[in-house]
Every structure is written in structure tokens, then in C-alpha cells.
Design a protein around this ligand. Structure first.
Ligand code: ADP
Ligand code: MG
Ligand code: ZN
Length: 589
């Protein structure tokens, strides 16, 4: 029965999705266009924004899925001005709400927020606005616990509804409803009552999380099964994706960054992401010693110092900002030409968001990730205690280990997007390498060897870190731990790939131990390792291709790619040629 229900809901969603929601022949279309230009001062919609606006104005329950930074807020802010009444916006973070209310007020839009820490007068004013049929308030931002726990708020909201003034309820970061998301918030579960309590009032959920699993769950939690789902593409055709081998020594690593900043990205602006405050400071200092102008940014800095760094980067005094992921909110520099990950992100979701800050102007941007096995443990030691975090991290590692599939295809898959035969246009390191041949290596005997090393260590009451395991495999380190057979027929760097591969495929697993100062990560046999005793056990690992990437020559900016319409590519030279004739370039993000 549940299967049938699911299928019916899917059919309903799919049927709704077939409607062309992007039309301009609705009764509100003229008003929508006018608001866009006059109030928001925006010249055109980004992909799917108009569809989302039309569907919610048609009173259709809708979930909007767009990447971060794509412009989800407009999908409820604009409709709020087109119709009489109040739009409620549920948002999980007070700081996000404050930002939005501030920016709305700058546009002379009447908006308020109400949180558990709001002063009494503000709370009263907001509650009165709900009852008052003459209130000028158009948008009221609330935290989910308001809806859950404040009887007074709910009573006033009901009054608003019975006065016919409850226009719609927008739920930002709607994936927080789902246990399967990366960001579950218990208070979001109370939102399930809204659809029954306020029949006819459209719900509009917004998120950057696109997996079918989460979206299904969200529909269930909100009691809007089979609602319309509007998804914009996650593909960023103007971004070039590259994995770079990260050297083991800090100095060598700095040398790479130096070359990139002095040559490949000479006179270009970018971001270098690190995974700890210490790394951010060390890299900043190291690069400054090499004469580069970079600023450091992390959460331990005073707000004032942070905003100073931000401004200097914005004005291109700093070529790059070296930052922890605390640097993210409110970055709207359009000409970010490179985002370098000094350490892998903790998930593909994070990676996509962080790297996506490049190339917002539609011109070519480069997303370079420095990867080496050891960093997996650096990140896992930080995140392992939260639910699901290891799967998220391993998703990122799989992306780094990948050497045979287009990186865009992997990203599309991650976001449950149908990639089909879409073209990458050689905008990733895998596609740029000409050979289509994927070499594979059989890992059966190596699994046997690693098992014997781990078992042997266990007999001696010893746990092995990844480095110790590799030492033993390469006949190095303490003699009793060493493998008794031959050295592996490949380099240590390749062996690291093998270990990482076995880890993300469940043949090895991490074992975390606390010490007074840090968390030590050991490796032990994973659940899949049992399979090595089966007679027909086979395990093949695709071998990564290493592609040419010139650190000390300018990036091929002359091949710069401009996205004119979403999903179409142009060479910059063609656009500029055309521009010379017409004098204007319209770049659609
Ligand atoms: P999201 O919530 O999807 O992460 P936001 O709604 O915060 O994104 O929007 C990100 C930025 O994009 C904002 O600065 C917003 O003003 C801008 N923006 C939104 N829509 C458009 C548009 N159609 N054209 C230009 N800028 C836009
Ligand atoms: Mg948002
Ligand atoms: Zn590709």
C-alpha cells in the first residue's frame, strides 16, 4: 500500500512538473515584472525563479530546490508584495533572518522578525500585526519554535487566517524537517500541522538539498505529499573542476599555492579554504612571507577584524582570502576566479557550496582541491561524532579518488540530477584528458595482505594508523608489524589511493580514540572485508589519471566561458566580438 501511495504521489508531482510554470500570461504577471524591476531592482529572473513564483501564486504547495546563492528568497519575497496579506517565513537561523529583514527594509519593504530573544515590544508589535487587518507588514520572519511552542502566536496566526490575510507560509531550509538531511532540526517537525490548520494557504519550502529521499521525507513531514517540486540545475558550466595531489610537506604545499597565485591566478581574485583556524593562519603567514597579499578569516576573529578583511578582499587589495568555512555568508563578489581547497570539505554538499563561490559572473572560474589520503583522517576526527557525517565525508573522498567519470556527472548524481549525455565541454580534469580508457587494478590479493597485517598487529595488541598500516605494507617501521611477503608493486602514493578506496567502500573502517590532546584515528577491517574469503570475490579499483595542470602559467582565461542563457556556453572572444557591435553584454547567471 505504501508503495502504491508513493507511486501515486510521484505521478502527481510529475504531472504538476509538466506544466509550464514559467509563463507570463497569469493575471499577476505584469505586477510581478514591475516589482522585480522597481522594488528589487533586478533586470531578469534566474532559472526557475519565475516558475516558483507562479506556482505559489497559483496557491500550489511547492518545494523549490536551488543551489545556495541561486536566489531562493526572491521566490517568497516577491509574491509577498503582489498580494494583500501577510507572508510568514520560517527560518532556522536568527542571523539569516536579521540579514534578510535588514535588506528588505533597505528596499522599503515592510518586514519584521520575531524570535525567542526579540524584545517584548517587538514581539507585541508582530503579534498585533497578525490580528490587524490594516497592518502594513508584508513579511513576518519567525523561528520554527514560535510555531511550535507559542500558543499566543498560534492564536494570532489563526486570527490572521480567519481574516483571510494569511497569504502563504514559506519554510526556508526545509530539509531541516528530515532526519535524512544533514541538518535535522527537531522544531521543524511541528510544521506538519500547518497544511491542515490553514487549508488553502500555500506552503512554499525552499532548500539546496535535492536528494529524492530527503524531498520525499519533507513532503511527508509537511503533509503535502505529491506537491510540486521545482528544481533548478546544479550544473555550473563555467566552473573548471580539478583535483591536485597534495604534497606531504607544508612547505611544498605552500610552494604550489605560491605558484598558483603568482602565475596561474596572477591578478585574479580568489578564496583558499582550510579546515582549521591554525591552517588558515599558517597558510596566510606562509604566503605573506612569499610576498603575496592575502587576508586571513575565521570564526575566532572579532567581527570588526573580519569585516575589514572582507572589505580589503572585495576591493582587491588582497588577492585571496585564506579562510575556514566560517567565511561564506554574504559573499557576493562576482569575479571570484578561483576557489582552492587546501583540505577536502566534509561533504559534497559543502564542497559544492564552497567551490560554487567562484565564477558568479558567468566567466570561467577554477575549483582546485588539494587532496591526499591523510586529510581524510584530519576531517573525520573532527566530524565523526555527528550522525551521517562519515557517509558525507566519504562522498567527498569518492569524488577526489574518481579519475574516470566526469566530475560534473558526479556532482549531478549527488544532487539527484539527470546528467544523461550532457556535455562538460572539457571543463573538468577528467574530461580534459584525452584518453577514454579506464585502467583498473585488482585488489583481491592486496585485501588479503592488509588483512594479515591488521590481524598480526591485533595479536600484538597494536592498533594501526593509516601511516603505520602503509609502513607495514611497504616493509618499513617496527619489524614485528611488517608484512612478511613482498613490497607492493606500486608507489606509496598509489597505495594511499588503495587504502582510501577500501575505506570508502567499507573494506576498511575508522576506529576513533581520544587522547588528552586529540583524536587518533586507527584503521581496522570493515564489514565488507569478510567477502575476501568467498571464492568468487573480486574487487577492482579504477585507476586515477593524472592530468597536466600548469601551475606557473596563466590559466586559459582566453578560453573563458560565459554563460549567456543558462546551460549554453560561449567563448569569451565571441561574446566580446558581439559586444563590440552591440555595446552591451547581458550575462545571465
Ligand atoms: P539562496 O537563498 O538561494 O542561497 P539568496 O536568496 O540569498 O540565495 O540570493 C542570493 C543573492 O542573489 C542575493 O544577493 C540576491 O539579491 C541575488 N539574486 C537573487 N535573484 C537574483 C536575480 N534574478 N538576479 C540577480 N541577483 C539575484
Ligand atoms: Mg537562502
Ligand atoms: Zn567533465
Amino acid at each position: 500500500k505504501t508503495e502504491l501511495k508513493k507511486a501515486l504521489n510521484k505521478l502527481k508531482s510529475d504531472t504538476l512538473a509538466k506544466v509550464d510554470w514559467a509563463g507570463i500570461k497569469y493575471e499577476w504577471s505584469e505586477e510581478v515584472e514591475k516589482m522585480l524591476k522597481d522594488v528589487f531592482k533586478i533586470s531578469s529572473f534566474r532559472p526557475k525563479q519565475l516558475s516558483a513564483i507562479n506556482s505559489t501564486l497559483s496557491r500550489q504547495h511547492t518545494i523549490v530546490v536551488m543551489p545556495t546563492g541561486a536566489g531562493k528568497s526572491l521566490c517568497y519575497q516577491l509574491p509577498a508584495l503582489v498580494e494583500p496579506g501577510i507572508t510568514i517565513v520560517v527560518s532556522p537561523l536568527v542571523s539569516l533572518m536579521e540579514d534578510q529583514v535588514r535588506s528588505l527594509k533597505n528596499k522599503e519593504i515592510n518586514a519584521m522578525l520575531m524570535t525567542s530573544t526579540s524584545p517584548k515590544e517587538e514581539t507585541n508589535a508582530a503579534l498585533n500585526a497578525l490580528k490587524d487587518i490594516k497592518t502594513p507588514i508584508k513579511l513576518l520572519y519567525v523561528t520554527p519554535e514560535r510555531l511550535a511552542k507559542s500558543k499566543r502566536f498560534m492564536a494570532n496566526l489563526q486570527k490572521c487566517f480567519s481574516n483571510g490575510r494569511l497569504q502563504r507560509i514559506a519554510i526556508d531550509e526545509v530539509h531541516c524537517c528530515s532526519h535524512w538531511g544533514h541538518d535535522f532540526r527537531p522544531d521543524y517537525k511541528y510544521l506538519g500541522i500547518l497544511s491542515n490548520m490553514f487549508p488553502g494557504v500555500p506552503l512554499l519550502g525552499l532548500t539546496a538539498t535535492a536528494t529524492a529521499h530527503v524531498l520525499n521525507d519533507v513532503q511527508k513531514m509537511l503533509n503535502i505529499p505529491g506537491c510540486l517540486i521545482i528544481k533548478s540545475t546544479f550544473n555550473r558550466p563555467n566552473l573548471f573542476y580539478k583535483i591536485l595531489e597534495k604534497p606531504t610537506s607544508n612547505d611544498e604545499c605552500l610552494n604550489i599555492l605560491e605558484k598558483l597565485l603568482k602565475h596561474r591566478y596572477k591578478n585574479e581574485s580568489g578564496i583558499i579554504y582550510t579546515n582549521s583556524i591554525k591552517d588558515a593562519e599558517d597558510v596566510t603567514n606562509g604566503l605573506r612571507q612569499k610576498g603575496l597579499k592575502v587576508g586571513c578569516y575565521h570564526a575566532n576573529m572579532e567581527a570588526e577584524a573580519r569585516s575589514k578583511v572582507h572589505i580589503k578582499w572585495h576591493e582587491n587589495y588582497y588577492q585571496a582570502i585564506v579562510a575556514t568555512i566560517a567565511f561564506g555568508m554574504g559573499i557576493d563578489k562576482p569575479d571570484v576566479r578561483f576557489v582552492i581547497h587546501h583540505t577536502i570539505s566534509k561533504s559534497m554538499e559543502n564542497y559544492y557550496q564552497e567551490s560554487g563561490r567562484a565564477g558568479r559572473d558567468g566567466l570561467r572560474g577554477e575549483c582546485v582541491t588539494l587532496y591526499r589520503m591523510q586529510d581524510i583522517f584530519k576531517v573525520s576526527a573532527m566530524v565523526f561524532s555527528s550522525v551521517g557525517s562519515m557517509d558525507f565525508l566519504y562522498g567527498m573522498v569518492k569524488y577526489c579518488l574518481n579519475g574516470h567519470l566526469c566530475r560534473r556527472e558526479l556532482i549531478a548524481k549527488h544532487f539527484d540530477e539527470d546528467w544523461g549525455d550532457s556535455d562538460c565541454n572539457k571543463m573538468c580534469d577528467v574530461c580534459i584528458s584525452n584518453s577514454n580508457v579506464t585502467k583498473e587494478i585488482n585488489l583481491e590479493s592486496h585485501c588479503q595482505t592488509l588483512t594479515s597485517i591488521i590481524d598480526n598487529a591485533a595479536k600484538q595488541d597494536t592498533k594501526l594508523t593509516a601511516q603505520k598500516l602503509l609502513d607495514a605494507w611497504f616493509l618499513k617501521g617496527p619489524v614485528p608489524l611488517r608484512h612478511k611477503g613482498k613490497e607492493p608493486p606500486f608507489s606509496r602514493a598509489f597505495a594511499e589511493d588503495v587504502v582510501a578506496y577500501l575505506l570508502v567502500e567499507g573494506y576498511l573502517t575508522e576506529d576513533f580514540h581520544y587522547t588528552a590532546y586529540s583524536t587518533v584515528v586507527y584503521l581496522k577491517k570493515g564489514p565488507n572485508m569478510e567477502a575476501i574469503n568467498d571464492q568468487n570475490f573480486t574487487l577492482k579499483m579504477p585507476i586515477r589519471k593524472y592530468t597536466n595542470f600548469e601551475l606557473d602559467r596563466p590559466a586559459p582565461w582566453d578560453n573563458v566561458i560565459v554563460t549567456e542563457k543558462p546551460d549554453t556556453l560561449k567563448r569569451k572572444s565571441d561574446v566580446l566580438k558581439k559586444a563590440k557591435k552591440s555595446k552591451t553584454i547581458i550575462i545571465d547567471d
